[in-house]
Design a protein around this ligand. Structure first.
Ligand code: HAS
Ligand code: CU
Length: 559
């Protein structure tokens, strides 16, 4: 039986979440092309320099916050109910949180739109990293708050489903997919606390005029408490796919289930006490604090390095099952024509490169070279924009037949789509990294400061701009292919015969019985997480609050 027949109600929830995710990536992607044309100087007449910031905010919010969150709650809804083999307690609650997320998204989007069209009296040109002193209309903050609160509801649904399952299976180990979904949502609860306080206590009352001012240093620190960990809220669902589905698509089995659990626990514990690595340039924080959080940032490389070895080993196992031989020749035995496979493998390659970029960013001294330059957007278009987004698109091809009962259509388009994305992104992100090294700033509509010459060691600025725009068009073409495949499959007829899709996921080579049971005790890991947070964030936050909650006594802090 396919998933849609076993869990028709949950399948509808997943499809709705995916539909909103895909609408956002379509719209956000189109704005991305405009962004590239404007920033490179190819078409400065598209819109005004002022509108640039609203468009950039819309692009960032739609891609990084809306597309990701909706896809993730859909993916985990599928994974939890499938792996526990049980539906949610009450689907009215489920539709409630999805509705809240949708309402929040519409509110935030319309508020941003108000900055571009005259007849909506709102604005939110504050970028997707929304901290003071940039101020948006209250509805922007309210919308994002609803999006986050709605996503908490998803976490509640997963935890309740796990509880029910536990009551019936007291001695069994938590199925891996549910373990991963719950660990990720716990990380999400912990890190969104920062942004919730930032929005509810400070930004919303401030934009409503209830309090006259806020402390930019405090709100920025609360934002980055959330702003780093959120990247692992995006990455872990991709890892969920890499660990639990990708080995099967490669033709084999996961190497080690215990290691996958250890990786997710490490992310839960270590993801949040590192946010200060986004504030190395911040004069309000001490050098010692920056040094400590740099060190913990280097610890958080560990679970990704473990992942690289395990996922590639599982892939090699798959290739050898398919008859692959030799030191590297086995790579040829992999199903490169299957877009679910190629998309994830290419996403992994992009992540290997951008992980090294992350190590560069993380160095307290080297960061000064790249901070606030185009290097950083280059970094995150490879991480969230490829490792995560391409994985989500690739696995959609595998999930859609299970969610709709319909055969995947336009297979040739699907097969070329991941390659188009990868090539487009190689051009665009490579050019972004390189112009960043030459000093081109990010977050500005006027990068061509008068009398400033940006020197590129290799290639001219013109060539790099061409690569950016060419890459952006390839990415957009890839996106259109993706959307065409999804739409055509979705709108297609369901055949008379039930579709025989095999959603079964084989056991890992080394199963959960090879790991200690304490790994499944989330109470221990959440307690440890809060202990580390207290050490990492307790002293600086206490000092800021002591300095005056809303009106700091120190001199104005430059931004
Ligand atoms: Fe980052 C800035 C450091 C990972 C996203 N990052 C950003 C921003 C975003 C972002 C959005 O320390 C900008 C925020 C803004 O707007 O200002 N980042 C890191 C580090 C890591 C890292 C150390 N980032 C991510 C991930 C993201 C993401 C993941 C999204 C999903 N980042 C920074 C720093 C900054 C920063 C500073 C601030 C910069 C500044 O100055 O503003 C690490 O987690 C990376 C670890 C990764 C690895 C790679 C392992 C390789 C694997 C691939 C396996 C291969 C396979 C395929 C499976 C060690 C797992 C094989 C295929 C074959 C064919 C063989
Ligand atoms: Cu970070």
């Amino acid at each position: 039986m396919t998933y849609v027949d076993d869990f028709p109600g949950e399948a509808r929830v997943v499809r709705t979440a995916f539909a909103i995710a895909f609408a956002s990536i379509g719209l956000g992607g189109a704005l991305g092309v405009l962004q590239a044309l404007f920033r490179t100087g190819y078409s400065r007449s598209l819109f005004s320099s002022v509108d640039y910031y609203s468009i950039l905010t819309a692009h960032g919010v739609l891609m990084a916050l809306v597309f990701t969150t909706f896809f993730i709650v859909g993916l985990f809804t599928w994974g939890v109910t499938r792996s526990l083999d049980t539906g949610f307690r009450d689907l009215r609650f489920t539709w409630g949180w999805l509705g809240l997320m949708t309402l929040g998204t519409v509110l935030a989007f319309v508020t941003i739109l108000g900055g571009i069209v005259g007849f909506i009296p709102t604005h939110a040109a504050v970028l997707y990293t929304f901290y003071a002193p940039l101020e948006a209309s209250p509805t922007f903050y309210l919308g994002l708050a609803l999006l986050v609160v709605g996503s908490w509801g998803a976490g509640v649904d997963y935890v309740l489903a796990l509880r029910d399952w536990r009551a019936q299976n007291p001695d069994e180990r938590i199925p891996l997919q549910t373990f991963m979904a719950v660990a990720t949502m716990l990380l999400w609860f912990v890190c969104t606390l920062g942004v919730a306080v930032e929005v509810v206590v400070f930004l919303l009352p401030w934009s409503l005029g209830l309090i006259p001012r806020v402390d930019p240093l405090l709100t920025r620190t609360l934002f980055w408490y959330f702003g780093h960990a959120v990247v692992y809220f995006w990455l872990l669902p991709a890892y969920f796919v890499w660990y639990t589905i990708f080995p099967k698509i490669s033709g084999g089995r996961l190497f080690s289930d215990p290691l996958a659990r250890v990786v997710f626990v490490l992310f839960l514990v270590l993801s949040t006490p590192v946010g200060v690595h986004h504030q190395y340039g911040d004069p309000g924080l001490s050098q010692g604090l920056k040094f400590v959080q740099m060190t913990s940032t280097y610890f958080i490389l560990l679970p990704s390095l473990l992942t690289a070895f395990t996922v590639v080993a599982s892939m090699e196992h798959g290739a050898r099952q398919r008859g692959g031989k030799g030191l590297l020749k086995w790579l040829r035995a992999l199903p490169w024509e299957n877009p679910s496979f190629s998309g994830i493998a290419l996403a992994g390659l992009a992540f290997a490169a951008s992980g090294f970029g992350g190590m560069v960013n993380a160095g307290l001294n080297v960061n000064a070279l790249v901070h606030n330059t185009m290097w950083v957007p280059g970094h995150f278009h490879l991480t969230v924009g490829t490792a995560v987004a391409l994985t989500f698109m690739a696995i959609t091809y595998w999930l859609l037949p299970q969610l709709t009962g319909k055969r995947l259509r336009l297979r040739t388009l699907a097969a070329v789509q991941p390659y188009l994305w990868f090539v487009g992104m190689v051009f665009m992100s490579n050019a972004m990294h390189r112009v960043g090294l030459a000093g081109v700033p990010r977050r500005t509509s006027e990068p061509q400061y008068e009398q400033v010459l940006f020197n590129t060691p290799i290639a001219t600025m013109g060539e790099l701009h061409l690569q950016t725009v060419g890459g952006a068009f390839l990415l957009f073409a890839s996106l259109l292919c993706f959307l065409a495949v999804v739409l055509s499959t979705w709108l297609g007829e369901r055949g008379a015969e039930p579709l025989a899709v095999n959603g079964h996921i084989p056991e890992a080579l080394s199963g959960p019985e090879h790991s200690p049971r304490i790994l499944d005790d989330f109470r221990v890991w959440v307690a440890l997480t809060f202990l580390l947070l207290l050490i990492a964030y307790g002293p600086p936050l206490a000092a800021m609050v002591q300095n005056g909650l809303f009106a700091p006594g120190s001199a104005p802090i430059p931004v």
